[in-house]
Design a protein around this ligand. Structure first.
Ligand SMILES: Cc1cc2nc3c(=O)[nH]c(=O)nc-3n(C[C@H](O)[C@H](O)[C@H](O)COP(=O)(O)OP(=O)(O)OC[C@H]3O[C@@H](n4cnc5c(N)ncnc54)[C@H](O)[C@@H]3O)c2cc1C
Length: 417
């Protein structure tokens, strides 16, 4: 089959790889000059099944209200006149019930565990090197109440096969000695030894090179403008070429993996995806004292940020702003990241030379991604992986290849409406 994959982030690239492995004639269309230059560029680097709790949970509404208007709040809803933002917000509230949170946690965790396993298999098979560290993820709490509440989540995760365990502050320091300066502030932590970390950009670009070597046609600097249908099936994709011409790509199947931009492309076809961009930030620093920089990837629950070592760099990332598609830097958020990483790991890096970045997580209100066939039978979506796109990415590629081939995917999926 001729399969056109739209979008060259981690999701589109992994989809193209697995589709090609099934023997399809695959074309990947990406508006940037290479893969992974948008949301899959400088994220927190955590391959973290243990962080599968959805943002929509019973505690979220009150916290979001308290954070309203605070420029450096971990999660900031910036109300606008955009109807889609309000609809998304209402659906998010609907998912904050205990029952919905439990069900969404289960769905996300299954996909995350499958993603982590598939990523490890790909790494072994292709010999990928991306500053990966297999040292686990340590999630620490400064609030004893949050630490207690997290124990219940950890128990559910263990039931579902994710070995996330509560550890004392002392044990946390033994797992990651670079956290010693924070000893007095840590109430407790969760540790998942099987989670890992690594650079999504390096991984995705290497995977793309392997995909190209195996015959995937990469169309970079090509903007997708439309998917056309005939007789109820998607049969052509309209693109604008680097020199400005409109061209059509013939297709037997189309996979839409445009991250936050997937919704807009599909609206004319009557496919309404509950998707909104969740803007996040990162700051990356050169390490000057390796002994003071962590090797275990660390999540700081109080500030909702993660710190990951990527070779000789240290990156802090996190926060979310629901404020549309702007990727402008907010100085208050940048300053918060630099201040916090300096507090956590003093003198580990040259903190005077930050490299800032923002990216738009493709967020669904439930946190559960949108993967599967749409009302147009040969048009598939693979998006909405939100906070866990790096963790789920490789597995998401494999799942979409299964669906296109008509095979039962390795993970049970919710219906995509
Ligand atoms: C601050 C931050 C920290 C994060 N940390 C983690 C983490 O630690 N662990 C984790 O698992 N996940 C993390 N994530 C989430 C993860 O990075 C994303 O879920 C993932 O990168 C999304 O990948 P994607 O392929 O869906 O989207 P993208 O990477 O955005 O790919 C979509 C592609 O489509 C292209 N495109 C869009 N429109 C068009 C068009 N019209 N024509 C052609 N091309 C187009 C874009 O250029 C882009 O390359 C983080 C995200 C952020 C922002």
């Amino acid at each position: 089959m001729r399969v056109v994959v739209l979008g060259g982030g981690i999701i589109g690239t992994a989809s193209a790889w697995f589709l090609r492995r099934d023997g399809h004639e695959v074309t990947l269309v990406e508006r940037q000059p290479a893969v992974a230059l948008e949301t899959s560029f400088a994220n927190a680097g955590q391959v973290s099944a243990s962080q599968s709790e959805p943002w929509a949970n019973p505690a979220a509404p009150l916290k979001m209200l308290q954070w309203l208007g605070k420029e450096d709040a971990p999660l900031l809803f910036r109300p606008s006149a955009d109807l889609q933002q309000w609809l998304w917000g209402l659906q998010f509230l609907f998912h904050c019930t205990p029952a919905s949170t439990r069900s969404n946690l289960r769905a996300c965790l299954r996909l995350a565990l499958h993603g982590r396993k598939t990523l490890q298999e790909l790494r072994r098979e292709l010999g990928l090197e991306y500053d990966q560290l297999e040292r686990g993820i340590l999630h620490f709490y400064d609030d004893p109440a949050q630490f207690e509440a997290a124990k219940a989540t950890a128990a559910v995760m263990r039931e579902l096969g994710c070995d996330r365990r509560a550890v004392s502050a002392q044990q946390a320091i033994e797992i990651e000695p670079a956290l010693a300066p924070m000893r007095e502030k840590i109430a407790g932590a969760d540790y998942c030894a099987e989670d890992e970390s690594g650079d999504i950009l390096k991984f995705t670009q290497q995977l793309a090179r392997h995909a190209e070597a195996r015959g995937v046609r990469m169309l970079f600097n090509h903007l997708t403008t439309r998917v056309l249908t005939s007789g109820g099936r998607a049969n052509r994709v309209e693109v604008v070429t680097p020199d400005g011409w409109h061209e059509y790509l013939e297709a037997d199947a189309v996979v839409v993996a445009l991250g936050s931009y997937s919704r807009e492309l599909l609206l004319p076809l009557g496919v309404h995806l509950p998707l909104y961009p969740g803007k996040g930030y990162s700051a990356t620093f050169e390490i000057v004292d390796p002994a003071r920089a962590p090797t275990v990837s660390v999540t700081d629950d109080g500030q909702k940020v993660a710190v990951t070592r990527l070779g000789n760099r240290l990156r802090i990332a996190g926060t979310a702003e629901l404020s549309g598609f702007s990727r402008d830097l907010n100085p208050a958020r940048c300053a918060m990241l630099t201040r916090r990483v300096r507090e956590l790991f003093p003198d580990a890096c040259d903190y005077d030379k930050p490299r800032y970045w923002t990216g738009l997580r493709p967020m669904t209100p439930s946190n559960v991604p949108l993967m599967g066939r749409t009302r147009v039978p040969n048009l598939y979506v693979n998006t909405g992986h939100g906070t866990l796109g790096w963790t789920m990415g490789a597995g998401a590629g494999q799942i979409i290849a299964d669906l296109v081939a008509g095979r039962k995917p390795a993970v049970e999926l919710r219906a995509v409406r």
